[in-house]
Design a protein around this ligand. Structure first.
Ligand SMILES: [Zn+2]
Length: 233
């Protein structure tokens, strides 16, 4: 069964991931079509169907931005990398292109594994001017060192990958992550005007202020060795 893409803002669609796969967000902008995260390899057909229902083919996606280097967000990159530019923060790009599978957890399952490519190595405050939409990269290390959030100027929405979830639930702090970095990253996000947060899994954050401050509370508990609310992602 195919989940229908959900129009969440003008020109922005939520393409829900199945199982442990991340959600994908499609931005149909004036100049280009951008996909945020490609999701799990085994969800690719599902993703393709969702794109088709919007009248798009895989090759109509111009840019794929990975929010970080984990397999459930990069797994379908290989279906896009011949026709689209793939972008990720340089700390994520290093791990993906050097095939650091211990960290990315990536396995294509193919005997002849296709090397993943990252065409655009992003920095904090890199910007995509798409005409109708402007996407700013905010480097938000914590969950991993290469995690980014993407801020859209006009709508003031944030695509948060595994950095912020509804209710401030924490994802686990992965091998290259840091709880201290996480708290700093969330604090920097708090300085922004944010209307809504679209995370890589679960529900949309409709109370960003509340969710961000709860995320900091949860992370501080982790620092102090107390058990915090933690998602198994
Ligand atoms: Zn992750």
């Amino acid at each position: 069964m195919t989940d229908k893409p959900e129009a969440i803002q003008e020109g922005i669609y939520l393409l829900k991931g199945q199982g442990k796969g991340s959600h994908n967000y499609l931005i149909r902008a004036a100049y280009r079509n951008v996909l945020i995260d490609s999701g799990l390899d085994q969800n690719f057909l599902h993703l393709e169907k969702q794109l088709i229902s919007l009248g798009l083919k895989v090759k109509d996606v111009d840019v794929v931005i990975n929010t970080h280097e984990h397999v459930d967000h990069i797994g379908s990159n290989r279906y896009f990398q011949e026709s689209a530019l793939i972008a990720a923060h340089r700390f994520a790009a290093t791990k993906i292109t050097l095939e650091d599978h211990y960290v990315t957890l990536y396995r294509s399952g193919d005997r002849n594994e296709v090397p993943l490519r990252i065409h655009l190595w992003l920095e904090n405050r890199s910007l995509f001017d798409l005409g109708s939409h402007t996407l700013e990269v905010i480097h938000t290390p914590g969950h991993t060192s290469g995690s980014i959030c993407i801020y859209e100027f006009k709508t003031k929405i944030v695509f948060s990958g595994d950095t912020v979830f509804a209710g401030g639930t924490l994802s686990y702090i992965a091998e290259s992550g840091s709880v201290g970095d996480y708290i700093n990253s969330i604090t920097r996000l708090e300085a922004r005007k944010i209307s809504m947060i679209f995370p890589g899994h679960g529900e949309i954050c409709r109370n960003p202020e509340q969710d961000l401050s709860q995320a900091i509370v949860n992370a501080k508990k982790l620092l102090q060795g107390e058990e915090a609310v933690s998602a198994s992602l």
